[in-house]
Structure formats: structure tokens, C-alpha cells
Design a protein around this ligand. Structure first.
Ligand code: GAR
Length: 202
């Protein structure tokens, strides 16, 4: 069966990208192949991770492009690499309704909370963890979902719960959620989605 061609969109450190690269190496991600990494920032360490893995490292610079030109550049790069599935792995921009509707059920995102808690506009990076601690929840986690026109509102593919512990601050909680949930379920959801898409292609 032909592998699903995956583009991973990133903005920062790229530890979730690394989890996908490691899954590809260890044979946990077999139905898809990462063909390009596209960063919204030229300095993102995620680009270095891509290069080290021999994957095309591309930039669509959000700071120097208008919102329309930014998305055009992303589309151009997706086409250049023949991408079929987009994985948002720490991608800190919200894609427009038009963009998302062109890629219906072909974009997945990892979010650092149990949706529908602590999600939506403004809830990214450390903020969901700050909000979880402020609310005093005892369990949080991560979610992988399809992306639709509602921020963090698309169909849920996978979730994993993580305990909040006494004395946690946003960074200790973020680290635990990444290690115990994000890096586990993102590769699993990527494999599941890539396999379903590969099957459809025949
Ligand atoms: C991750 O925790 C990811 O879930 C979160 O940003 C971090 C990126 O880390 N994404 C969002 O908040 C998107 N709404 P990484 O660059 O090391 O993968």
C-alpha cells in the first residue's frame, strides 16, 4: 500500500515532531511518511530536527508575510512535496476557514489539554496548563483531533489523561503532559489517520 505523504507544521522546539520522527524510525508510524516540515518561524529548532532526520525543512515566515501570503506559501510547499495529510505539531497560527475547508479531515492537531477543557482561541503553549492549575483540576491531558473551522473544535481522534500533582507549576505540568500523553498519542493518531487515508487510496 502507498504511504500517506505527511507534512508536519511547526513553530518552535518540535518535540512532538521528534516523537513522529522517532515513531517512523521505530516502525510505529508505517502507513505514512513525513515528506516535509514547514515552520512558521525561520529560527525554530524543529527545522534542525528535520534536517538531522534528512527531511525537507521549509519555512513560511509568518512575521514577514501577510496572512494571505503566509497561507499561499504553505499551500505552495504542500504542493511541492505532494503532501496529503497535515499534522500540526506545536503550530502556533490559526489557519483560515478557506484553508481548513480545502483540507477537510486531512489536518490533525495535538492540543495540550483534554478538549473541551482549556482550549479555543488564546489557549496554546503554556496557557492551557496555567488555566488547568488555576481551575484546580486534578486530571488533565492531551487531545489529538481533526481541524475544522472552529479552533480546537474538530472531531476527537485520541485523548490521554495525565494526573496533576501537588506543587505543579505550568512548566512541570507541561513536561508531564508532553511525556505521558502528547508524544504517545500523536504518533498513534498519525498512524491511524495515515492508515485510513492509505486504505482509501488503495
Ligand atoms: C505542545 O505542548 C503542543 O501541544 C502545544 O505547543 C507545544 C509545542 O511543543 N500546541 C498548542 O498549544 C496548539 N494549540 P513542541 O514544539 O515541542 O512540539
Amino acid at each position: 500500500m502507498l504511504k500517506t505523504r505527511i507534512a508536519v507544521l511547526v513553530s518552535g522546539g518540535g518535540t512532538n515532531l521528534q516523537a513522529l520522527i522517532d515513531a517512523q524510525r521505530s516502525g510505529k508510524l508505517v502507513s505514512g511518511e513525513i515528506v516535509a516540515v514547514i515552520s512558521s518561524s525561520p529560527g525554530a529548532y524543529a527545522l534542525e530536527r528535520a534536517r538531522q532526520a534528512g527531511i525537507a525543512a521549509e519555512t513560511a515566515d509568518r512575521k514577514t508575510l501577510t496572512p494571505a501570503a503566509f497561507e499561499e506559501r504553505i499551500e505552495e510547499l504542500l504542493e511541492k512535496h505532494g503532501a496529503e495529510l497535515i499534522i500540526l505539531a506545536g503550530f502556533m497560527s490559526i489557519l483560515s476557514k478557506d484553508f481548513v475547508s480545502r483540507w477537510d479531515r486531512r489536518i490533525i492537531n495535538v492540543h495540550p489539554s483534554l478538549i473541551p477543557s482549556f482550549c479555543g482561541p488564546g489557549m496554546y503553549g503554556l496557557r492551557p496548563h496555567e488555566a488547568a492549575l488555576e481551575r484546580g483540576v486534578k486530571v488533565t491531558g492531551a487531545t489529538v483531533h481533526f481541524v475544522n473551522e472552529i479552533p480546537d473544535g474538530g472531531e476527537i481522534i485520541m485523548q490521554k489523561a495525565v494526573n496533576v500533582e501537588e506543587g505543579d507549576d505550568p512548566r512541570t505540568l507541561q513536561k508531564r503532559v508532553m511525556e505521558q500523553a502528547e508524544w504517545v498519542i500523536l504518533p498513534m493518531a498519525a498512524e491511524k489517520t495515515a492508515a485510513e487515508m492509505a486504505e482509501k487510496k488503495g
